[in-house]
Design a protein around this ligand. Structure first.
Ligand code: 9PG
Length: 521
């Protein structure tokens, strides 16, 4: 174990090689930068003296943060952690390798590598400078995207969800003609099943025909896939269960629960699974898609026993390299639900926060389940703003913004915050249906898509965007811990949220209510 006493005579940065490194602070800091494992996991400055409840329900842990550390007793983070030293300066401990974790234990900021030795960056100074140095070193080790800018994307998810079909999308795409989008991206709902990546019967002309239609309008065709995971009922899992990740007790590793089903993940060290993955990506490319949103990627980095023994995040990179090679450099890759550091250099854009939603915050999820990773605009802004330091390495996707008032509970002010954040990220996307926009809203969307304002960081949460400033502080607070009767409700909600049969029923109800959405499109 290597330990360093922190004092102001230390150089402002240093790189140390150690399996376990401790920085002794001599006092308990009151702000700790907690960095979650994957896109949806929480990243935020938090008060380490306030206990952080285990997020609920437990059944969803594998899809929301590093499940190995879900019950970690101390404030924890993946790869990087930092503390405020004084109002001006921070001390950052960040790994320059994979499989690394950081915790704050009283007066000790410590980091360790799960699979042995690795390098650490220790930086002291102002927050923007220290994080940008860390990013620079990460870029040297892992590489960065070669693309200058991110395309402007229309994505089907946050309006139609899984209720997409050939006719509805064709009508929407026609209506989008006068809007300057670069990519029209088909999200979840086109496939037979998660794992069975062929068009379902809602797309009778096939998915390649849709890509052609999009490309005829001069735009890039985008497609959503979750290539590392599969639902239990999929043909992929049923026919090739030997490709799927198991634990030390030979049981399949849970990759979470979604679409009313148990999720499993492929072992990206298995040669046959890798061949399948490569063929799948070649097929997507041949269909004509040149923008892919690859989702639920965390699966390949979950703990388990792999065919070829290697650290879990190295296995993930192995899978991502196969994907990149099969797609080629000219396909734009957006990584989503993706472990952050292991994705660097292997994707063009990275979702850096949880999903937005047509509401600011859901009381059940935020307060009762204490779950900052669940879809919600406040959750999305909070984590995204704390990961902007990644932007020199990868295009940072804050998720879509809303202009519509129809089917949207966000206030004008909340929509403006989200739009401002997208301008800061230089990643512009929406799912608004032109049919749902008033003429003012459509004009507003048009000017957002064409705007290229000068961006300046004023403080951690305040940005100048052209002639305006936005203050994102209202999205930063975490919900209060449930007390009294809410505590009982919280326990009950969590108990119900852990029941697969309840989640199945909820999924059916959601699907039914979605059908109404497309009636008048
Ligand atoms: C499609 C969606 C959209 C979205 C992605 C991802 O249960 N969960 O924790 C959970 C989190 C995110 C999520 C789905 C489930 O959304 O981020 O943009 O593509 O998948 O299914």
């Amino acid at each position: 174990m290597t330990s360093i006493d922190f004092n102001h005579t230390l150089p402002s940065e240093t790189v140390v090689s150690a399996p376990y490194l401790t920085l002794n602070l001599h006092y308990s800091p009151n702000q700790y930068y907690r960095h979650g494992w994957q896109s949806w996991s929480l990243a935020a400055w938090t008060d380490p003296r306030i206990p952080f409840p285990v997020q609920k329900p437990q059944l969803l842990h594998p899809m929301q943060h590093d499940p190995s550390y879900a019950f970690h007793p101390n404030p924890h983070g993946s790869w990087v952690g930092a503390v405020e030293i004084d109002p001006e300066n921070i001390l950052l401990l960040g790994s320059l390798g994979m499989d690394a974790h950081v915790e704050l234990n009283g007066t000790h900021l410590s980091g360790w590598y799960e699979s042995g030795i690795g390098d650490w960056f220790v930086g002291y100074g102002t927050e923007p400078i220290v994080f940008s140095r860390y990013a620079e070193l990460l870029g040297q080790r892992f590489g960065k995207t070669q693309r200058e800018s991110a395309p402007k994307v229309w994505c089907s998810w946050y309006s139609l969800y899984t209720a997409i079909d050939e006719q509805v999308l064709t009508r929407v795409f026609n209506n989008l003609n006068d809007l300057p989008f670069d990519v029209l991206q088909v999200d979840d709902g086109w496939q037979i099943a998660t794992g069975d990546w062929e068009a379902n019967n809602k797309f009778p002309s096939g998915i390649a025909a849709l890509a052609d239609k999009i490309k005829l309008t001069g735009r890039k065709a985008g497609l959503w896939l979750a290539p590392f995971i599969a639902v239990k009922s999929s043909n992929l899992f049923q026919n090739h269960s030997e490709w799927f990740l198991k634990d030390l007790n030979h049981k399949f590793v849970s990759a979470g629960f979604n679409w009313g089903e148990q999720l499993y993940t492929i072992d990206t060290t298995h040669p046959e699974a890798l061949l399948w993955l490569s063929e799948l990506m070649i097929k997507v490319r041949q269909w004509g898609f040149n923008y892919v949103k690859l989702d639920f990627l965390y699966g390949a980095a979950l703990p388990g026993k792999r065919k070829i023994d290697m650290p879990r995040e190295a296995a993930y990179r192995n899978g991502m390299k196969v994907i990149r090679e099969a797609l080629g450099e000219d396909v734009f890759i957006l990584a989503c639900g993706a472990p952050i550091l292991p994705s660097l250099g292997l994707c063009d854009a990275l979702r850096i926060g949880p999903d937005v939603a047509d509401e600011w915050e859901n009381t059940r999820d935020a307060a009762l389940l204490y779950n900052p990773t669940i879809p919600g605009t406040k959750n999305a802004i909070r984590t995204t703003i704390h990961r902007l330091w990644l932007s020199p390495l990868v295009h940072t996707d804050p998720d879509v913004v809303y202009f519509r008032s129809r089917n949207c509970k966000l206030t004008e002010k909340q929509k403006i915050l989200l739009q401002g954040l997208a301008l800061v990220c230089k990643y512009k996307a929406t799912s608004d249906l032109p049919q749902w926009l008033s003429s003012d809203e459509k004009e507003h969307l048009k000017s957002f898509l064409t705007a290229q304002p000068k961006i300046k960081r004023l403080t951690r949460y305040v940005y100048q965007i052209g002639n305006h400033t936005i203050d994102l502080t209202s999205a930063i607070t975490l919900p209060a811990h449930p007390k009294g009767f809410d505590l009982i409700k919280s326990g009950l909600t969590s108990l119900l949220g852990n029941q697969r049969w309840i989640l199945r029923i909820m999924n059916k109800i959601q699907k039914k209510s979605l059908l109404k959405l497309t009636k008048d499109i």
